[in-house]
Design a protein around this ligand. Structure first.
Ligand SMILES: NC(=O)c1ccc[n+]([C@@H]2O[C@H](COP(=O)([O-])OP(=O)(O)OC[C@H]3O[C@@H](n4cnc5c(N)ncnc54)[C@H](OP(=O)(O)O)[C@@H]3O)[C@@H](O)[C@H]2O)c1
Length: 468
């Protein structure tokens, strides 16, 4: 975070990217990458504004071309989805023993609970720690944090749960050969939920945590010759990448990750991990990918994500609360963590589905502005504004040192450092999850409305982030 603050400060007068700092960690090398641009932020905002006006001038023609192109692609998508018409979701797989990574994480903790809710299920959780006991104690603390002392104790004490100290970065997953061998022999499914989800850092770290780790787990799944384990990668909808420059694209579950990998190291490493899983479809009977949207508070209530400050959506919310404005043309798809875990378990356990990519997101679109302004305590504190007014606010914030963090977050989060308004490019790509929603619907799954308590808690926490 300190590195980001440094780069954000430099960006006021120089053109540079956060990745420059990681790619050129020696100060002298980093300095060579800086291109002086006095008054850089005012210029950036002025360029974004003129790009926005140009886009608006072309809007009628843009919308007509967009509607035409997307309608055609939608038709082709629906035709492909017809292959799933007979799926009714009643036939379930019996995995017996599953290996779960990332159980100390937000989604992983809920996925662990979900897997154990199947009375026939047994789970081995691979958790970082000095030894099995330490790993178990740490997982126990996380579970108590999310599910309360009693709920956490029940889960960690469940005799069907085994905790193994391991590290996905290390050969053999950091397990002893005996433990590794026993897992390779016994596990029927791998649920790979662990990831380095930082939004900045050295690429080598993302590669080790997200790509090499996936390769090691795929090897483990393939170890039982002739009878491999199923593999379920928890991925992110961000892998769908940037919108095309001059055409329109409906991104569906059938789309592989783009040929050009993303600049963002987290996203890039998740794209590479997906490629590995797709390539493993020859060796494994079922190598599936679950691309997840913005994970927020649980629909059933409970505490917010313990490492909430690392969550990109939360940081952006916090920035808007700090600035006192929120754009009125952005949408959010809020995916409740407990419902995401349930959806993944349902899709993974459906015997009729193999080698699939799913889009696990709430199909319900809320506007970001409604989400923020309708939360308890937010009325009057944050105003919904058009994009021009948002740019006005950002421009004023340049001269307000106390807005530094919120300003930098918004410039980065909305891709404004590029000098372009996000709408023109963003609207060239439409993401769909219709097929996944239909499959889930046939298994009785639906997304509940936004729970008011979770919304209020999240915005209260957001109000705190940039005010320190
Ligand atoms: N949160 C979201 O909004 C969101 C959205 C889309 C997709 N996803 C995906 O959902 C998954 C879970 O995300 P999350 O937000 O729940 O993450 P999180 O809370 O940050 O948890 C990450 C988990 O990965 C583990 N991990 C990381 N590196 C590891 C390593 N080398 N060895 C062993 N364990 C390691 C962490 O273990 P430690 O406790 O030891 O650090 C932790 O359990 C990720 O695959 C992510 O890409 C999340």
């Amino acid at each position: 975070m300190r590195a980001i603050a440094v780069v954000n400060r430099l960006r006021r007068e120089f053109a540079c990217r956060i990745n420059d700092l990681y790619e050129a960690p020696v100060l002298a090398d980093f300095a060579l990458r800086l291109r002086p641009q006095p008054d850089h932020l005012h210029r950036v905002i002025a360029t974004v504004r003129s790009h926005w006006w140009d886009y608006q001038a072309t809007l009628p023609a843009f919308d007509a071309a967009r509607d035409r192109a997307l309608a055609e692609q939608q038709q082709a998508y629906e035709a492909r989805n017809a292959a799933y018409a007979a799926f009714d979701g009643t036939e379930r797989r019996d995995y017996g023993e599953a290996l779960l990574t990332g159980a100390t994480g937000y989604l992983g903790a809920y996925l662990l609970r979900e897997l154990l809710s199947d009375p026939a299920g047994r789970v081995t959780a691979l958790v970082r720690g000095g030894d099995d006991e330490a790993a178990q104690a740490r997982l126990g603390r996380v579970l108590a944090g999310y599910f309360g002392a009693a709920g956490g104790a029940t889960l960690i004490g469940d005799p069907r749960l085994t905790v193994r100290a391991g590290d996905l970065r290390r050969d053999g997953l950091g397990l002893t050969p005996t433990v590794h061998g026993a897992l390779a022999e016994g596990v029927r499914a791998v649920f790979h939920c662990a990831a380095n989800v930082n939004h900045f850092g050295h690429y080598a770290e993302f590669h080790a945590d997200n790509v090499e780790a996936t390769r090691r787990l795929l090897d483990l799944a393939a170890a039982r010759r002739g009878d491999p384990a199923d593999f379920h990668l928890i991925s992110t909808l961000s892998v769908t990448g940037k919108a095309p420059e001059d055409s329109f694209k409906l991104v569906t579950e059938y789309d592989a990750v783009p040929d050009t990998l993303d600049e963002n190291y987290y996203v890039r490493s998740k794209q590479e991990a997906e490629r590995l899983v797709t390539a493993a479809r020859g060796d494994l009977r079922n190598a599936s990918i679950h691309r997840v949207g913005n994970v927020v508070f649980a629909a059933e209530g409970g505490p917010l994500q313990l490492n909430l400050r690392d969550n990109a959506f939360f940081r952006q919310l916090a920035a808007f609360v700090r600035l006192g404005v929120v754009p009125d043309d952005s949408h959010v798809w809020l995916c409740h963590v407990d419902r995401v875990a349930r959806a993944v378990a349902l899709l993974a356990g459906a015997a009729g589905l193999a080698n699939e990519t799913h889009h696990v997101e709430n199909h319900r679109r809320d506007t970001l502005a409604d989400f923020v302004t309708s939360a308890a305590g937010m009325a009057g504190a944050v105003r919904a504004v058009g994009f021009d007014a948002l740019l006005d606010r950002l421009e004023r914030a340049i001269a307000e040192p106390e807005m530094d963090g919120a300003l930098a977050q918004t410039l980065e989060g909305f891709g404004l450092y590029s000098g372009r308004s996000p709408q023109a490019r963003g609207r060239r790509q439409e993401l769909t999850s219709e097929r996944t929603q239909a499959l889930l619907g046939r298994m009785g799954f639906g997304w509940p409305p936004v729970p008011r308590a979770g919304q209020a808690d999240m915005l209260r926490a957001a109000a705190d982030l940039f005010s320190r």
